[in-house]
Design a protein around this ligand. Structure first.
Ligand code: BGC
Length: 763
């Protein structure tokens, strides 16, 4: 936010009455802010995203036609931030054309379980991939003078009891897993707005959580925009304003406005706090109003083409036995399944776009291969239900062709905003269809259309498998491009696909139904869980095949050691070669493994990635820069990120489970001293030897302070020496782990409470 806009906002707000300031903090209906005519302050409009504009024409009416881009997991599966930025630019242009100033996205919550009802709206299980995608999306949209709303802040993982459940988790997990992506996106791209989530975090509503909305978001990360509540997410409005929540959505008319005004008049809400909140909002309004482009238009054809390009790059080739794909010249192809003609291409709920047009895989394949080579049998209806007659017809159609491609996945009724999935299985009708076709046609390819991981007990029947996600309005063309080899697949899974639900991190405690969701798996979400516990998933995070092959040939680190306190960085170069027959892109992933962590942590953590296009026989290098934060963990005792000195392994390759290149790096860092408090233990005073000694002496164990070798052993038998040593070890443990608050009682008053306070103050 530039200073001139900020100042202009402050000046405007200073001219407003308390009533006017309070008016601004609640929406004018569902999708607009209030303007103040007397002061020339305009209103701005907001509309849903994230993967397309959803500008409603009435409250529940259709939204204006807009390009429906691939959904978030698909965008993330491209591992290509530049491409996601292009999508952002297109969304910005469509928003300008509809006179919308803020698009409500991206959604970046971390996926705890494949059962999460809104997983199709979120990028990944990994904070780095999520954060990079979010930053690219925001950069793209905002480059067009349209704001974004980074949502849902924070720890919003389940739809069940979504407005009332408390996400209960420890500080380290909060920072490392659930806040990291928000932090990256805020620091890198300054979204104009952040949307607080419906849930509570450790018992405090996210919409009125001062630690989240002020201490962390604004003070630590430097957020400059305004915070908007999720729709209907306000609990105590006055507490929300005080905590840093600027805008209530939708507006509640006089209901909460009166409460704010009363709180100011009664001195419960300082006037400056209200004014600051209004200024933060007005600054964004002024910025957005200045960036409006009345009469703007956009190129719908170009956006459709972009949606197809992104869709194709998001498709993950999961299996390709006997090189069943790409389809060969002259082969006759039987397309099976209702989704081949009526695809599922986006999720249900507030993100549902009214697409400008939708392409079918069948039409697109006919266009590419010719009508004579393509047949189709529905095999089931669009809800996945089937009959013996439909199955028999599908099997016959498949048998008459050279290859069968079955379209399967999840119907709308299986995954939507508002509820969580009950299982990770496909509809039984889809499974029966795959099995029926496999009986007559061994050259079988399955194309999946789904918003999150599914189980695949039928996998052995399929020679080929494409994960095509909810691929947006041009998804049909994107699938045709990959099936025919016009596009060599380069997507990689943005989330782990488990064998079954029992393998998943929070199982069986997801979704929680008790009002409190205990995040018992802690840091071990996604691949962090599978790696730690040595569980073999169906397909690991980061996995994806290509029609070519890549050989990883070299990993070079710019230094053998790195001083994390020096604030510098280390360069890592990864070299790979296309050793197959066609050109293709590879996503290179760089993970960091800490050999002897100070606190228990994940085995490997993704710290960098990049994508490279290589011609057959070509070798290329990707360079990554790692800094101190890439080796740090969040230390709850320090309430800060901290690096523990030691050896870290850099591991590079093509998936989280295929990391052929490794190099060791020695990381230096000074140990960070935690300043003791009244709740500290005696051992926490060791860095202050005199104070430590005073505490130990007060407990009556001055002998422990002597060097062990010096303690008298003369005249003792060897057994007695051993017994004395054991006793000393046990006593030391007792003393060291004694909370200092107990020392005065143990010292019989020799060290009183006043002296204890003094000792703490002397550290
Ligand atoms: C959703 C948000 C959405 C808002 C406005 C809420 O129910 O959680 O993601 O932006 O509605 O439609």
């Amino acid at each position: 936010m530039d200073d001139t806009t900020r100042q202009a906002a402050e000046e405007l707000v200073a001219r407003m009455s308390v009533e006017e300031q309070a008016l601004l903090l609640s929406g004018d209906g569902w999708w607009r802010t209030h303007g103040i005519e007397r002061l020339g302050l305009p209103a701005i409009s907001v509309s849903d995203g994230p993967h397309g504009l959803r500008k409603l024409q009435g409250l529940f009416g259709d939204s204006v036609p807009a390009t429906c881009f691939p959904t978030a997991p698909a965008l993330a599966a491209t591992w290509n931030p530049a491409l996601v930025r292009e999508v952002g630019v297109a969304l910005g242009r469509e928003s300008q054309a509809s006179d919308v100033q803020v698009i409500l996205g991206p959604g970046i919550n971390i996926k705890r379980s494949p059962l999460g009802g809104r997983n199709f709206e979120y990028f990944s299980e990994d904070p780095l991939l999520t954060g990079r995608m979010a930053a690219a999306y925001i950069d793209g949209v905002q480059s067009e003078g349209v704001g974004t709303s980074l949502k849902h802040f924070a720890v919003n993982s389940q739809e069940t009891e979504r407005m009332s459940t408390s996400s209960d988790l420890d500080e380290r997990t909060l920072h490392e897993i659930y806040l990291s992506a928000f932090e990256m996106a805020v620091r890198a791209s300054q979204p104009w707005t952040v949307m607080s989530s419906y849930n509570l975090v450790n018992g405090v509503h996210a919409s009125e959580n001062p630690a989240l909305l002020t201490d962390i978001l604004r003070r630590q990360w430097g957020f400059e925009g305004f915070v908007v509540s999720d729709w209907g997410g306000i609990n105590d409005r006055v507490a929300g304003v005080a905590a840093g929540n600027n805008l209530e959505m939708p507006g509640s008319g006089a209901h909460n406005r009166q409460k704010i005004i009363a709180a100011v008049h009664e001195g419960r809400l300082p006037r400056e706090v209200l004014a600051r909140s209004a200024s933060e909002l007005v600054a964004v309004v002024l910025k957005a109003a200045a960036a409006r482009r009345p009469g703007a238009t956009f190129d719908a054809e170009a956006h459709h083409a972009l949606a197809r390009r992104v869709g194709a790059e998001s498709i993950v080739l999961l299996k390709n036995e006997a090189e069943v794909l790409p389809l060969r010249a002259g082969q006759r192809v039987a397309l099976i399944g209702a989704f081949a003609k009526l695809p599922r291409y986006q999720g249900a709920g507030s993100s549902q776009v009214n697409p400008i047009r939708v392409t079918q895989a069948r039409d697109e394949l006919v266009a590419l291969l010719g009508a004579e080579r393509v047949t189709h049998a529905a095999g089931c209806d669009d809800e996945g239900d089937t009959t013996e007659a439909l199955l028999a017809e599908a099997a016959r159609t498949a048998a008459a062709a050279d290859v069968a491609v079955v379209f399967a996945g999840l119907p709308d009724s299986y995954e939507s905003e508002g509820f969580d999935r009950r299982s990770i299985d496909l509809p039984p009708g889809h499974v029966r269809l795959i099995e029926a076709v496999a009986r007559t046609q061994p050259r079988l390819v399955v194309v999946l259309l789904n918003g999150s991981a599914v189980s695949m007990p039928w996998l052995a029947h399929a020679q080929g498998l494409l994960e095509a996600w909810l691929g947006g309005q041009a998804g049909g063309g994107a699938i045709a491009d990959v099936l025919t080899g016009r596009v060599n697949p380069s997507g990689k899974l943005s989330e782990t696909f488990p064998v079954n639900l029992r393998q998943t991190p929070p199982y069986p405690d997801f979704p929680s139904r008790s009002g409190r969701a205990a995040y018992g798996e802690g840091l071990f979400v996604g691949y962090r869980h599978y790696d730690l516990r040595g569980i073999e998933p169906l397909f690991p995070f980061g996995f994806g095949l290509s029609y070519t092959r890549f050989a990883y040939t070299g990993l070079h680190c710019s230094a053998a050691s790195f001083d994390a306190d020096g604030g510098g960085s280390v360069e890592v170069a990864v070299t790979l070669k296309n050793v197959g027959a066609v050109a293709g892109q590879e996503v290179v992933q760089l993970y960091v493994h800490e050999r002897a962590p100070a606190l228990p942590g994940p085995v490997n953590e993704l710290r960098a990635f990049g994508k490279l296009m290589l011609a057959p026989g070509e070798e290329g290098t990707l360079r990554f820069t790692l800094g101190p934060r890439d080796f740090a963990h969040y230390d709850p005792r320090l309430q800060a990120w901290s690096v523990h000195a030691g050896v870290f392994e850099l591991r590079a390759g093509g998936s989280s489970r295929d990391l052929p290149l490794q190099a060791a790096l020695e990381v230096q860092a000074r140990p960070r001293v935690v300043r003791p408090t009244r709740s500290s233990l005696v051992q926490d005073f060791k860095p202050w030897p005199a104070l430590y000694a005073e505490l130990v002496r007060a407990l009556g164990f001055a002998n422990l302070l002597e060097d062990e070798a010096a303690s008298a052993t003369a005249g003792l038998t060897p057994e007695q020496v051993i017994a004395a040593r054991k006793a000393r070890v046990a006593t030391l443990a007792f003393v060291n782990e004694m909370p200092i608050a107990k020392v005065p009682a143990f010292s019989h008053g020799a060290l009183d409470d006043a002296r204890l306070d003094r000792i703490v103050a002397l550290t």
